[in-house]
Design a protein around this ligand. Structure first.
Ligand code: ARG
Length: 460
């Protein structure tokens, strides 16, 4: 294969070094975007008077035919070319000869790879956002299904306070909504046309970059050609959005691994999404969730790898930047695979209401007992101390608040009255919450309604 730049050299490139530098095996994924960018460039060259209308039309026709071939037969997008840009240009030249050789006028692969990756992300981010919203929809459906069921919420992974099961599911919707926004921000960052930057200094042809941007669906043009040739911030932002989404999916997976496990069994994993052991017949393992948790490491790694690649680069394009693509593609694939499996797992969970509710009472009502005293004029710090003493006694005797006689309550504080027994239950605790972000049933209902409204807007 003769590289695009062979004219400068006496000898053919060293085969191994050429192979080492070639990116076609992975940047072929940008094939469609490369063709889209080239069609628009040919038109822009014609508008600028660099190509005749007829030449531009022939180039566009050839590119369209190449795109159709590549779409109907992915194995067509292959060869010993250095990269996808060289591949597409070679095919145009093979079809049109000298007319094809005019396509690269005023353009550099440095800006081409940037425009391709930007176009790629702009079209691939929305499906990822939709998939994330579908996980949120599965969580919201579980929140609805759980009705007024209760479970403990944890801090320090110790049972802390009773909450609605719905509140727990919505707690996993909230970060996914932020991820959805972060992906929108990454897309907005990619949304700038780099063409017109040339190799680094701009182009000498009168290209109407604003029109070209509109034609390609960009809402703006980059500010500086030197920066444009080496800017991969948009790719890093995408990787960050993927990495933190994976962190959230991993934490959801971790919650479900524990809460579906034998010790808690608040939820049951469907058999179809569990795995067995080759040796221990009793095992029902959450392998898909463990893999989601494990794969978060890959996504985080891709972000760190790109930032590390970027940090030492001098201004302008450097070949190091070629290392951006595999991480971007793998982060996308990893995230897409994980959202699909998490959505299935969440959708198939069943609630063991008795298990969840019985874990939501007992000593974790201590804060409510303290609040009862506060309601009777006791300063909170003092109430905390009184209830702490009660908890110490009850824990030592393996009892809980329900077993205390009125005398025992009074021994702790004369402010306790007969209504304390009916006031200290998990359901009263949940119903007593007053803020919109709390687990109070009316608050949770309102949040759920708002989540449903958001979902209707983003997934329909
Ligand atoms: N394959 C290259 C990349 O991914 C395309 C740009 C090549 N430019 C260059 N001057 N070698 O970054």
């Amino acid at each position: 294969m003769t590289p695009l730049w062979s004219g400068r050299f006496d000898t053919a490139p060293d085969a191994a070094a050429f192979e080492f530098g070639a990116s076609f095996q992975f940047d072929r994924r940008l094939f469609e975007d490369d063709v889209t960018g080239s069609v628009a460039w040919a038109r822009a060259l014609a508008t600028a008077g660099v190509l005749s209308r007829d030449e531009a039309r022939q180039i566009e026709q050839a590119l369209t035919e190449i795109l159709e071939r590549g779409r109907s037969d992915p194995s067509f997008v292959d060869g010993s070319d250095e990269d996808v840009h060289s591949f597409v240009e070679r095919l145009v030249v093979e079809r049109l000869g000298d007319i094809g050789r005019r396509l690269h006028t005023g353009r550099s692969r440095n800006e081409q790879v940037s425009v391709d990756l930007r176009l790629y992300l702009m079209r691939r981010i929305p499906p990822l956002q939709r998939d994330i919203a579908r996980v949120a929809a599965a969580l919201a459906a579980q929140a609805s299904l759980s009705g007024d069921a209760l479970m403990p919420a944890f801090t320090h992974f110790r049972p802390a306070q009773p909450v609605l099961v719905a509140h727990f599911f919505l707690a996993h919707v909230a970060p996914l909504r932020r991820d959805h926004e972060r992906l929108a921000a990454a897309r907005a960052e990619a949304d700038a046309l780099p063409l017109g930057s040339g190799a680094v200094a701009g182009t000498s042809y009168p290209i109407d970059v604003e029109a070209l941007a509109r034609h390609l669906g960009f809402s703006r043009v980059v500010a500086n050609s030197i920066d444009a040739s080496s800017d991969r911030d948009f790719a890093a932002s995408f990787l960050y959005a993927c990495a933190i989404t994976m962190v959230h999916l991993s934490r959801l997976a971790e919650d479900l691994i524990i809460l579906c496990g034998d010790e808690y069994r608040f939820f049951e994993l469907s058999d179809a999404l569990s795995t067995g052991s080759s040796m221990m017949p009793q095992k029902k393992n959450p392998d898909p969730l463990e893999l989601v948790r494990g794969k978060s490491g890959r996504a985080i790694g891709h972000l760190i790898a790109l930032l590390t690649t970027m940090k030492g680069l001098p201004s302008g394009y450097n070949k190091d930047l070629q290392e951006d693509k595999q991480g971007v593609f793998d982060a996308e694939d990893t995230l897409a695979g994980c959202v699909a499996v998490v959505r299935s797992v969440v959708g198939s969970l069943t609630l063991n209401r008795d298990r969840a509710e019985s874990a939501a009472s007992g000593l974790l009502l201590a804060t409510d007992v303290a609040d009862y005293l506060v309601g009777r004029g006791v300063p909170f710090r003092r109430a905390h101390e009184v209830v702490g003493g009660l908890v110490r006694k009850l824990a030592a005797e393996s009892r809980d608040f329900g077993s205390l006689s009125l005398d025992e309550w009074h021994a702790a504080s004369d402010r306790f009255d007969t209504d304390i027994v009916s006031r200290v239950t998990a359901r009263v605790s949940v119903g007593a919450k007053r803020t919109p972000q709390s687990t109070a049933p009316a608050a949770v209902e309102a949040r759920l309604a708002e989540v449903r409204q958001w979902l209707a807007g983003v997934v329909g």
